[in-house]
Design a protein around this ligand. Sequence first.
Ligand code: SF4
Ligand code: MG
Length: 335
Amino acid sequence: MTFLDVRDLRVHFPTDDGLVRSVDGLSYRLERGKTLGIVGESGSGKSVSSLAVLGLHKRARISGEIWLDGEELVGADEEHVRGLRGKKMAMIFQDPLSAMHPYYTVGQQIVEAYRIHHRVSKAVARKHAIEMLDRVGIPQPNSRVDDYPHQFSGGMRQRAMIAMALSCDPELLIADEPTTALDVTVQAQILDLIRDLQREFGSAVVIITHDLGVVAELADDILVMYGGRCVENGPSTEIFDNPQHPYTWGLLGSMPRLDRERSERLMPIKGTPPSLINVPSGCAFHPRCAYAELVGGACGYEVPQLREVGGGHQVACHLSQEQRHRVWHTEIEPN
Ligand code: SF4
Ligand code: MG
């Protein structure tokens, strides 16, 4: 049985301007001990889809299926799903300051999170909080446990939030842009930390990011989202070594790399992400795609379906295998 099995998930928000189709038919699977990177620009539906897994949308119309460890979460009792949050699944946000309460010490917040699911004394929970702070690399956790969030640096706060999320040993950890606000060195440390903890705890991890570089080292599988849908997914090595979708080419091109040559040759992605109220017809990427003309029309009216291209790698694009191969070898990686 797959640990997390998301099937044809749709998350729509009714608004005065119309229906916002934030997620429109998303499917993926994730096993324990594995990491999935969900990648896309802001507004692609990556955060919304994960908040749906956690049961955190109040005003949304949600359809499809979300199976967590054999249990269907779509339509499940709210109280029950709340019980699963923290204990079975937890989330790390981009901005710990907004996720942590300013008036309580870091220690009090970890203690609270822990005691929701564990019947232990405050003293025992506090000891656990200190252990967790130590575990995520906070120096002198015995004294830092009584600090307030604002007394921590950005990187330390992020570590504290990871401690809070992991204090109940969740089987599913969702990290939404966990390092976006941090400088490059701290970013690398936090990513290492997530990887170490994942190995130690054996959790399933979803990392949401707009930056493919963040998941390059970390993810076993990568799912690329555009306009609320998956446009490409597969093993990480496939996505980096054999990318098939023009949007993924663009994301790779806008990624800072050590071998700058390739990114200099690649075109940055022109234009802006689509409106989720009026998603372009056909392939949602077509107004921005430099290759639609090779296909001759279909891109503008026919939604491309995900098709397997080998090795567990799927792509939703009307270009033929041969056309993609030619573009790749003539324009993107000639030689
Ligand atoms: Fe570009 Fe057409 Fe492929 Fe969409 S389906 S990515 S518009 S070539
Ligand atoms: Mg987001």
